[in-house]
Design a protein around this ligand. Sequence first.
Ligand code: AMP
Length: 113
Amino acid sequence: MTLTLFEKIINKEIPADIIYEDEISIVIKDISPQAPTHLLIIPKKVIPKLSDASKKDKDILGHLMLLAGRIAEELGLDETFRLVVNNGAAAGQSVFHLHLHLLSGRPLNWPPG
Ligand code: AMP
């Protein structure tokens, strides 16, 4: 079975700038940052995209959201950050292993492109 890019990072088969890891998740720096702080908060369980998640994933999803807030606080992002989930190729998803983008450190316009 082909592993997702993020599974290979989780398995340490390919390198990444890992800033946090626990039994449920891993947090890495995005290789192509779109803001001064651009992290990817990734569940270890492979859920290809958010719309594939089900009720049994609610603890994982909650964990990711709470972790985002905690990391933002620990990094001193001053409660100013954006979380993004691209769901589907037409919405900009390129890696089909659910992840939250955490962006901060520059003005973030609305609506997003
Ligand atoms: P998405 O387009 O929402 O699926 O997000 C995938 C993200 O993964 C993009 O922002 C990429 O820049 C990022 N990315 C791709 N390869 C790597 C890698 N090897 N290490 C860290 N981030 C990556």
